[in-house]
Design a protein around this ligand. Structure first.
Ligand SMILES: Cc1cc2nc3c(=O)[nH]c(=O)nc-3n(C[C@H](O)[C@H](O)[C@H](O)COP(=O)(O)OP(=O)(O)OC[C@H]3O[C@@H](n4cnc5c(N)ncnc54)[C@H](O)[C@@H]3O)c2cc1C
Length: 580
């Protein structure tokens, strides 16, 4: 096993990881910072895939209070209000930093101000963007800045396990595997930042990048960290549906298409969203996805079993100009987005749940920081489109600042728990000890279980059925081996490890979803279709207890505004009025 030593080890190189590295370096340029990433730095993760853009209250007439209220109401009163406040206020600073220090160019109005577009579920057009390929601009510029600072990179290094110190008191190291050689790497670190970005790729249709398999959440759970809001999985309404033979199926067609006036049609060509919500296609993602799923269950579907998205009425030239990337993506799959109809299906997009963390991005293990999609609490029951990349960049920066400051007072290196390292190595190598089996069949079963029974519309019977299926899949995976043809770039081995992480985290989703007997945000129970009393809202907290999972409900602290109130003086949004 190769061993390395570093001050701050950052796991993941999306918006959260890259910002953390830059901020930690700015606080203390002498810090030894290492980024370990499963893919290539700048080329992997979901921040690069951000299409629509970045929410920030900059426009005349908008305010952080308004952005905050949209976030709280969108999150169905489950967000941690202090984290949500930090998001909306921090986004202003971060977007300026992205332009003025990192070098991003976002689209502008004729008067030089930033152009901000409409995104669903928001009371103001506040989404800053670079065409419809915003993430490429952000990640390319961030990566360049990281490269210029000489920050150490371990690319194609997969983190396997957080390793505590021998006395169990703090983090001491992370066990990784160098995917190119298959060699284990022990990265001893004084502080570790978790930024592996969740990613609900356990569903039949999903949007995140292929490198994301909830590894960070699995590691966090095994290390004893509590996860919150795990039942809250967001489905994006418009995943491209181009048939089972292409990986393009499930990839997202951005929210701005509905924001600009795109219409959803059933298989007969009839518009249906007005029957479900007064905002029609501009309702929040949960409402639109549920309406689509209902239409699909009722059988009014397109040839591939989905629905249509149509923008033709907005004028093909206009659509081509505004949504160049989307038009080209659809054309690649044989669809004419500008002038015709595109087949779409709701697709698993984002996990609101994740590691519990606080305003300084610290967690329950001393020395472990977390930010971005690995964390829970900022979005509550639902994330607004545009709040995802704001979340990863705002909290990534905070985590970098906090970790560097925390390290300043501590020089000691702790001895990692060698027995824990050996156990983690043995667990990772376990599939080499079994006869090879059909991982694809297991994956398809996982996808179907999660899509059918832990998906957009849930009920107790289906969730309990899923719990049984997931336990069985876990047992079968652990009897299934991979061909022992060496560990170098053994993608079948990594596929096995991905499935193991996905099954671990799928169990937490089903567990929390069974326990939550109400419907709010992304979580809809057909057997409990109403939200419970908002004023006594509580979030789920799941922890591992040996092989079992413990769950408790924790009351939400309404530190800034209570259900029925608004921070907007003299105005009540529709949802606040309804809650009142
Ligand atoms: C198609 C798509 C479009 C989106 N559009 C928008 C949008 O318009 N607006 C918006 O606000 N949000 C959008 N999002 C959500 C947004 O991308 C995320 O909220 C956010 O960028 C996540 O940032 P992150 O840094 O937490 O994770 P990521 O950017 O996903 O980065 C995770 C990193 O962790 C690495 N990693 C994973 N596992 C391991 C491991 N075991 N070891 C080491 N490294 C590991 C990955 O390789 C990657 O580098 C979109 C997401 C998708 C998928």
């Amino acid at each position: 096993m190769r061993e390395i030593d570093t001050d701050l080890l950052i796991l993941g190189a999306g918006g959260a990881g890259l910002f953390a590295a830059l901020h930690a370096h700015a606080v203390d340029p002498k810090l030894d910072i290492t980024i370990a990433v499963k893919g290539l730095l700048g080329k992997c993760g979901c921040t690069r895939m951000v299409q629509g853009g970045y929410n920030v209250a900059l426009g005349a007439g908008d305010s952080v209070e308004r952005h905050f209220m949209d976030t709280i109401e969108g999150g169905a009163w489950l967000p941690d209000q202090e984290l949500a406040w930090q998001l909306v206020t921090g986004a202003i600073e971060r977007v300026r930093e992205l332009e003025n220090e990192i070098g991003c160019f976002f689209d502008r109005n004729a008067d030089g101000t930033l152009h901000q577009k409409a995104f669903a579920g928001q009371s103001f057009d506040r989404t800053v963007h670079k065409g419809d390929l915003t993430g490429i601009e952000i990640v390319n510029r961030l990566a360049e800045q990281v490269w210029t600072r000489g920050i150490r990179r371990l690319e194609e290094h997969r983190a396997l396990e957080l390793v505590r110190s021998r006395d169990g008191s703090r983090i001491a190291a992370v066990l990784l595997v160098d995917m190119r050689t298959g060699e284990f790497v022990l990265a001893q670190a004084r502080a570790v930042m978790l930024a592996t970005g969740g990613g609900p790729t356990m569903y039949k249709y999903h949007t995140p990048s292929g490198d994301k398999s909830c590894d960070g959440l699995g590691m966090a759970l095994r290390a004893g960290l509590p996860l919150r809001d795990m039942e809250m999985v967001q489905f994006h309404p418009t995943g491209l549906l181009a048939g089972p033979h292409t990986r393009m199926t499930g990839t997202v067609l951005e929210e701005g298409l509905r924001g600009a006036g795109g219409e959803l049609l059933d298989g007969t060509g009839a518009r249906f969203m007005q029957r479900y919500d007064a905002r029609a296609e501009r309702a929040t993602r949960d409402i639109v996805s549920r309406a689509m799923f209902t239409e699909m269950r009722n059988g009014r579907t397109t040839p591939h079993g989905g629905l249509y998205l149509s923008l033709a009425h907005l004028g093909p030239e206009n659509v081509r100009r505004q949504f160049k990337g989307m038009v080209e993506r659809c054309a690649d799959c044989g669809f004419d987005l500008a002038g015709g109809r595109v087949e779409v299906v709701p697709t698993a997009h984002y996990m609101m749940g994740g590691v519990e963390f606080d305003r300084q991005c610290t967690t329950a293990i001393e020395g472990v920081f977390a930010a971005g999609e690995d964390t829970g609490g900022v979005h509550g029951a639902n994330r607004l489109g545009g709040n995802g990349v704001a979340n990863s960049t705002v909290f990534g920066g905070i985590a970098g600042d906090a970790a560097a400051r925390w390290l300043a007072g501590r020089d000691e290196r702790l001895v990692p728990d060698r027995a824990a390292i050996e156990r983690a190595q043995a667990a990772a190598l376990a599939p080499f000890g079994h006869p090879p089996g059909d991982l694809e069949a297991l994956r398809e079963e996982l996808h179907a279980t999660m899509w059918n029974d832990v998906g957009i519309i849930r009920d107790g019977a289906g969730l309990r059925r899923a719990q049984g299926a997931l336990a069985s899949l876990h047992r079968r995976l652990h009897r299934t081996g991979v061909a022992d043809r060496g560990r170098e770039f053994n993608l079948t081995w990594h596929d096995w490890l991905n499935l193991d992480s996905l099954l671990t985290v799928s169990r937490t989703i089903a567990h929390a979803a069974v326990a939550r007997e109400d419907s709010r945000g992304a979580h809809f129970r057909a057997d409990f279709p109403r939200p419970s009393e908002l004023s006594t809202s509580a979030f789920t907290r799941v922890r591992a207890s040996g092989e079992a999972l413990d769950l408790e409900f924790v009351p939400v602290r309404f530190t800034r505004v209570r259900p029925g109130e608004s921070l907007l003086t003299g105005t009540q949004t529709a949802a606040t009025a309804a809650a009142a």
